[in-house]
Design a protein around this ligand. Structure first.
Ligand code: PLP
Length: 422
């Protein structure tokens, strides 16, 4: 094996959920014909109307003069002009903004955006000071764990818990008494709606974080991979927040285009330019075919419409089925708590004082043919020992409703057995 640099070592490791995925793939491969209900997937469901939209946009592109320009030529690092213009127009109209093309950057998926930002704003300065990448509410997206070349720069904060004992529900809130955003903070990142919990930070909470960061000119990246206007996977009302130090970061992956890798950042030109240069060095630009069809879907209004009429109801129905099944089958005397399902494509279950850890529960569930993701992989950057980290699982809403029902009944039985065993 070749000797690796510090960066090489860091980047050649799989972090968080990607490491678990290996075990899941092995399990499915060695199943010997056994059927598993796989509730681990982060891949969105292929919905016929969504696939048709992308097919229609592709046909339109193929039939146009534009095709050669799109696929046979390099373009600018900032992105394909028609897509940038479509985003500017849509957001200006929808949110009453005055964006220009200088406010937009298109990236090959939004994961790339977090890698650029985490390393441009976070990590060691030329003077050797450490600039932190702050995750204000842990748990959050597991992918943030792998984005920095300087892992010690990543720091996440434990939240407060709002618990509804009677209904077996709970919600995380940022703990502003602990959260530290200082002159050492390079940038702040959080997902809204949140993967894995489905939490949606309130407008007030977002603005409070942005105001704390503004004092130090610190960029705040609001990961809107599940937010409105597309894919509109918020089930609770939310308004996207904009501001001088806010980078509103979107992804078309959950709007049915994960294969084409489209991320979109909206923010002040001074921030956009830094990320754009990073992108030129990393990969020149995102695929122009994906950008050209995305421009069509946004310009026609079809993407926003399909998001609210097809994509959102699809997952909202599933979370309702999951909630009803758990309410019916989970023992009411046990301290189980489902996070309020406010968005995204996952449910997040907390089993307080669980006698085994999340990894062992994952194994127990595998034994009854149900695959979930152990929760402890979703706390990147969180230091210290917090028992709660080992008491949660993430349940994907990408399975069918009958599968979700069946799996939650089995989960209820396993959970009961586990608590009773002690
Ligand atoms: N952010 C969140 C919260 C996600 O859940 C994901 C993917 O699952 C991403 C970012 C990365 O998405 P992409 O790189 O496909 O835009």
């Amino acid at each position: 094996n070749p000797a690796l640099s510090q960066f090489g070592t860091q980047m050649s490791q799989l972090t968080g959920v990607r490491a678990i995925m290996k075990d899941i793939i092995e399990t499915l491969r060695n199943s010997n014909g056994r059927k598993f209900i796989n509730l681990s997937a982060g891949n969105p469901v292929i919905l016929p109307e969504v696939e048709q939209l992308w097919r229609d946009c592709t046909q339109d592109l193929l039939a146009s003069q534009e095709y050669g320009e799109v696929v046979c030529r390099y373009g600018s690092s900032q992105g394909y002009t028609p897509l940038i213009e479509a985003v500017v127009k849509d957001f200006n109209q929808r949110y009453n903004l005055s964006l220009s093309d200088r406010n937009i950057l298109i990236t090959p998926g939004s994961q790339a955006l977090y890698l650029y930002a985490a390393n441009a704003f976070g990590g060691r300065t030329v003077e050797g000071n450490l600039r932190q990448i702050v995750l204000p509410l842990s748990p959050d997206y597991t992918g943030y764990g792998g984005v920095t070349l300087t892992p010690e720069a990543l720091i996440a904060y434990q939240p407060t818990l709002e618990i509804d004992e009677f209904h077996h529900r709970f919600k995380y809130r940022p703990d502003f008494s602990q959260l530290q955003i200082t002159d050492q903070t390079g940038c702040v990142i959080f997902s809204r709606p949140c993967n894995p919990t489905g939490n949606v930070l309130s407008d007030e909470e977002v603005n409070k974080i942005a105001t704390l960061a503004a004092e130090y000119n610190t960029p705040v990246l609001i990961d809107s991979a599940y937010a409105c206007p597309f894919p509109a996977l918020n089930f609770a009302p939310m308004t996207p927040q904009f501001g001088d130090n806010i980078l509103h970061c979107m992804s078309l992956s959950k709007a049915g285009l994960p294969g084409e890798r489209i991320g979109i950042a909206i923010g002040e030109p001074k921030l956009i330019q830094i990320l754009e240069s990073f992108q030129t060095n990393a990969c020149i630009h995102s695929s122009r075919y994906g950008q050209a069809i995305a421009a069509r879907a946004i310009n026609s209004g079809a993407l926003a419409q399909i998001s609210t009429e097809i994509i959102r109801p699809h997952y909202q129905d599933k979370i309702e089925v999951l909630e009803q099944t758990l309410d019916e089958y989970m023992p009411s005397n046990l301290p189980w708590f489902l996070h309020r399902g406010e968005g995204a494509i996952f449910a997040w279950l907390w089993l307080k004082d669980l006698p085994i850890n999340d990894w062992q529960l994952y194994q127990e569930l595998k034994a009854v043919g149900v695959i979930v993701v152990p929760g402890s992989t979703f706390f990147p950057g969180l230091r210290g020992n917090w028992q709660h980290k080992h008491e949660c699982v993430r349940i994907s809403l990408t399975a069918t409703e009958p599968e979700i029902t069946k799996a939650m009944k089995r989960l209820a039985q396993v959970v009961e057995k586990v608590y009773v065993a002690v």
